[in-house]
Design a binder for this molecule. Structure first.
Ligand code: ATP
Ligand code: MG
Length: 397
């Protein structure tokens, strides 16, 4: 039909969104373009329940990028053809042969099925007729094919649609979820640990465009901590169009807490300070929620009591997608999304600076507020926000 290469993109949940559907589809198209682009002739076409991505270069080489676009449930490199049975059959037969050569070379037997979908009832052949004609063409020519309707290794699919026919033989899994940006913007408190990158990813998957804020304690922590955070934010940035990371100097605040507040409360007070500063950054950047990697009971600062004391310092909702997850589950996810290796690089986090011998486990808000009376919170907070550095990732070379 044309010289362009075509990717058939399926989406799940956004198909359910009633009147919002066009907006979700537009967001998905924009994100697909941004993930794949710039490529010559790159366009997206909206079809009922599907999106077609087209370009003047072979899109098969770019599938891995498209498979990182939230909202996509699966993808198939497809051939787009006129609604002409002979042309469809010819191309389908070639495609089966190519697939056998590329993916099943040397195999004596490959289980096979044909699935024809006729969405366009004006097409002169029924699904069954076309299926049988395709089988007559393909099976005698490829003796290794053994028909098996359930769990076939190779499925030749033909979609007869209003506008065109699509022929394809492979499905690649997408990450599912909702298009990034369709659910507003969030701000993840990104540490160099395993959990907060996973938390960010989970909320991005639910449609949040994510910005990051990270606190560092120079000179108590060195440049490798900064490098690690930038690399983590860049890795997570693969899942959305653009990424902003705010690096906030935190040493002065920590020193003031160390010098004037009761030692057991240090960690809780660091965290309150982080949420206070992060809410201000969020307000400036129109982020509607903070996201953290906290999980109930994982460490002393993550009891219900302490989390309540910490959260009180935030002006906006604090989301903790890992709250009910075990550490092993978080580790498995970190491996799957590609952040685990970076997270386990050695580099100190600012929370370990002046760490108390025995941190408070069941903190009380009155005590935290009392301790903070000794701090010049306004100045410390203002200075941290003022010292924040805004990085747009990936950084220019
Ligand atoms: P993580 O693996 O994400 O570091 P953790 O289990 O080590 O989590 P903590 O170190 O207690 O937990 O931190 C709890 C949460 O506080 C983190 O998930 C993160 O969202 C936030 N946080 C901690 N340290 C920092 C930091 N230096 N900068 C930004 N956010 C931080
Ligand atoms: Mg940590």
């Amino acid at each position: 039909m044309n010289q362009k290469s075509t990717l058939l993109v399926r989406y799940g949940e956004i198909g359910l969104k009633g009147g919002n559907r066009p907006a979700f589809e537009r967001a998905l198209c924009a994100n697909l373009k941004s993930a794949l682009g710039p490529l010559p002739g790159l366009i997206t076409l909206r079809r009922r329940g599907r999106i077609l991505v087209e370009a003047d270069v072979d899109l098969k080489a770019h599938i891995a990028r498209a498979a990182q676009v939230f909202g996509v449930t699966s993808l198939s490199p497809a051939d787009k053809l006129y609604l002409d049975a002979e042309a469809i059959k010819k191309r389908a037969a070639e495609l089966v042969q190519e697939s056998l050569q590329q993916h099943f070379a040397g195999r004596e037997q490959v289980t096979f099925r044909i699935t024809v979908n006729r969405g366009n009832k004006a097409f002169p052949k029924t699904s069954l007729q076309l299926t049988l004609e395709l089988a007559d063409l393909v099976l005698p020519a490829n003796p290794s094919l053994k028909v098996q309707l359930k769990g076939a290794e190779l499925t030749l699919e033909v979609d007869i649609r209003e506008e065109e026919a699509l022929v394809f033989a492979r499905r690649h899994a997408g990450p599912a979820g909702l298009p990034v940006g369709s659910m507003g913007r969030g701000l993840t408190l990104l540490s160099g640990g395993i959990d907060s990158p996973v938390a960010a990813w989970m909320m991005m998957k639910r449609g949040m465009r994510m910005e990051f804020v990270s606190f560092y304690s120079f000179p108590h922590t060195g440049p490798q901590s900064r490098e690690k955070i930038i690399r983590l934010a860049e890795e997570l940035g693969q899942w959305q169009p653009r990424t902003v990371l705010h690096m906030v100097p935190f040493a002065a605040y920590q020193e003031a807490i160390r010098d004037t507040c009761p030692e057991p409360y240090r960690t809780v007070l660091y965290r309150r300070a982080m949420q206070r500063i992060a809410s201000l950054v969020a307000a400036r950047r129109k982020c509607r929620a903070l996201v953290t990697g906290e999980s109930l009971g994982q460490v002393a600062s993550q009891t219900m009591q302490n989390m309540a004391v910490i959260e009180e310092a935030s002006r906006i909702p604090v989301l903790r997608p890992l709250i009910g997850m075990d550490k092993t589950e978080a580790i498995t996810m970190a491996r799957n999304i590609g952040t685990y290796k970076l997270s386990t690089l050695p580099a100190p986090d600012c929370c370990t600076v002046f760490q108390p011998e025995s941190p408070i486990i069941f903190g009380r808000l009155e005590d935290a507020l009392k301790a903070e009376e000794a701090l010049d919170i306004e100045t410390l907070t203002f200075q941290a926000v003022k010292g924040a550095e805004k990085l747009e990732l990936p950084e220019e070379e």
